[in-house]
Design a protein around this ligand. Structure first.
Ligand SMILES: Nc1ncnc2c1ncn2[C@@H]1O[C@H](COP(=O)(O)OP(=O)(O)OP(=O)(O)O)[C@@H](O)[C@H]1O
Ligand SMILES: [Mg+2]
Length: 218
């Protein structure tokens, strides 16, 4: 018997694929249809999946749904996380937020902006680094725009510290981390230093929007 994988959104049912032997087989086009509906719901009626973005979204989706065969073809390592890069306004934050919804709720990662985390650090200090070092999958949004902050006079690159802890977690417990950024490799190294940068190479698969991708805020 056919067992469809469906998601209900505002009273409508969307079919994303089939469940065969407890495994969801997603249909790419149907999943895109759902993402566009969810995108319009979250970001307004102008939200549209652009033809030019489909290759990026495809790579992200095969990773998210753990499609081993296609990931191999695209050199995406399922044991690592995703670093989604691209110019300002190309849609990184929206995309990382949206693709979570195609997963069953228990498998979704949590998106947190680097900027908010650094503000939490101002209020709570070192506890924040511990909070984000726990065995849970996070996506740190917009790495490299937060500032180094002082807590009782101690200057701390909060996200840099968190990334070091996330690396330890990755090595010891195979727990991945995702992130988005506008910065390129050289800028990231400048921002976080070479210890962090070197670990980032192991932590993340790089998925990059084209440098000329349109700013969707226009
Ligand atoms: N596919 C899309 N169609 C229409 N609008 C979109 C699309 N994706 C994102 N947007 C809108 O474009 C704006 C920028 O998107 P988003 O914040 O995701 O970009 P970003 O790459 O994270 O930008 P930044 O580098 O500044 O963090 C938002 O207002 C968002 O609602
Ligand atoms: Mg963003």
């Amino acid at each position: 018997m056919e067992n469809l994988y469906k998601i209900t959104e505002q009273g409508h049912q969307y079919i994303l694929g089939e469940i065969i032997k407890d495994f969801i087989h997603y249909d790419f086009e149907k999943t895109l249809t759902y993402l566009e509906v969810k995108g319009k719901f979250c970001y307004g009626q102008n939200f549209k999946i652009l033809e030019a973005d489909k290759p990026i979204i495809y790579k992200l989706l095969i990773y998210i749904i753990k499609d081993e065969e296609n990931c191999k073809n695209y050199h995406i390592n399922l044991n690592k996380g995703i670093l989604l890069t691209g110019p300002i306004g190309c849609g990184k934050t929206s995309l990382m937020n949206l693709v979570r919804y195609i997963l069953p709720e228990k498998n979704r990662y949590e998106v947190q902006s680097a900027r908010n985390i650094s503000f939490e650090y101002l209020k709570q200090g070192h506890q924040v680094i511990t909070n984000y070092s726990k065995a849970k999958i996070f996506c740190f949004d917009d790495l490299g725009i937060e500032q180094s902050l002082k807590y009782y006079g101690n200057e701390c690159n909060v996200l840099g510290e968190i990334l070091l802890s996330r690396y330890d977690l990755f090595v010891s417990h195979k727990i991945v981390t995702h992130a988005t950024t506008n910065l390129n490799a050289i800028e990231l190294e400048k921002w976080y230093g070479n210890r962090v940068r070197s670990r980032m190479r192991q932590l993340f698969n790089l998925i990059a929007f084209d440098r000329k991708s349109q700013d969707k805020r226009n």
